[in-house]
Write a protein that binds this ligand. Structure first.
Ligand SMILES: C[S@@+](CC[C@H](N)C(=O)[O-])C[C@H]1O[C@@H](n2cnc3c(N)ncnc32)[C@H](O)[C@@H]1O
Length: 241
């Protein structure tokens, strides 16, 4: 079987919410920005960032998503039964090359939480806090890595998975899943919260590559801006002469 189409991501169409965020960034932060994307899949969101003219460091730990290969591709039938096909997908590298957008992107196959040392104007992390690969890293440390990656006056968008109910009856690991109203606590000092929305109840997500059954999620998102003079005010650096 040939590779599936390159124009649309194998992970679905880009949502209007994402384009709203892009327009917000363009209007408020301008052009020629450096973006860090944590969990870029096959370039689903990387390509729209690149089309805006931004430079992107895109992290993705899954080599097939980055460079293409075979995946278990779920197809939902009319009666909601699911069949699984073995398909070949293009990876981020090919999709970006085909669009001739390769000049401004750096694809990183490492775990962002273990290796990033740079700072960016924009950090975009969509559902990339809960992976089993780093379930041992405390949530506050992962959020700190993300916060450290934002320049002063830079912007960050995080979408994350939450406990499925307020009592966490499913016993989800708090290193991976956030409890309601927890996220705002990480942005009390030195940040402006621009928007903050959390589902009250869980929703049923359709099968997709990486999770081929109907499954439950409860999702939150926060958009924040790091204060100007963050380092001076919040790292408490006292210089004594
Ligand atoms: C749930 S998926 C992201 C979903 C996607 N952004 C979307 O459309 O909703 C998470 C992806 O991010 C990657 N990822 C998660 N954490 C990462 C990290 N710390 N470093 C690099 N890649 C990461 C995973 O390999 C996975 O492909």
């Amino acid at each position: 079987m040939g590779a599936v189409t390159t124009r649309v991501s194998s992970f679905g169409v880009v949502t209007t919410t994402f384009y709203t965020l892009l327009n917000y960034i363009k209007d408020n932060d301008g052009e020629n920005l450096n973006v860090c994307e944590v969990g870029c899949l096959d370039g689903k969101y990387t390509i729209p960032f690149l089309k805006k003219g931004y430079n992107v460091d895109a992290y993705e730990m899954n080599m097939i998503y980055l460079y293409g290969g075979h995946v278990q591709y779920p197809i939902v039938k009319e009666d909601d039964s699911v069949i699984i096909q073995r398909r070949t997908i293009y990876g981020a590298e090919d999709r970006i090359n085909i669009e001739e957008l390769h000049d401004k992107v750096n694809l990183c196959s490492d775990n962002f939480f273990k290796c990033n040392k740079k700072q960016y104007d924009v950090v975009y992390s969509k559902r990339a806090l809960h992976r089993d690969e780093y379930a041992d890293i405390p949530m506050k440390d992962k959020i700190k890595s993300l916060k450290d990656a934002v320049k002063e006056d830079g912007i960050m968008y995080i979408e994350y998975l939450m406990w499925l109910d307020d009592k966490n009856t499913d016993n989800l690991n708090p290193n991976q899943y956030i409890k309601q109203c927890e996220m705002q606590n990480y942005f009390k000092d030195g940040w402006e919260i621009l928007s903050y929305v959390e589902d009250r109840k869980c929703i049923i997500d359709k099968p997709h590559i990486g999770n081929p059954t109907f499954h439950k999620h409860r999702v939150g998102m926060i958009k924040v801006r790091k204060n100007k003079n963050y380092e001076n005010n919040y790292y408490n650096i006292n210089m004594i002469f």
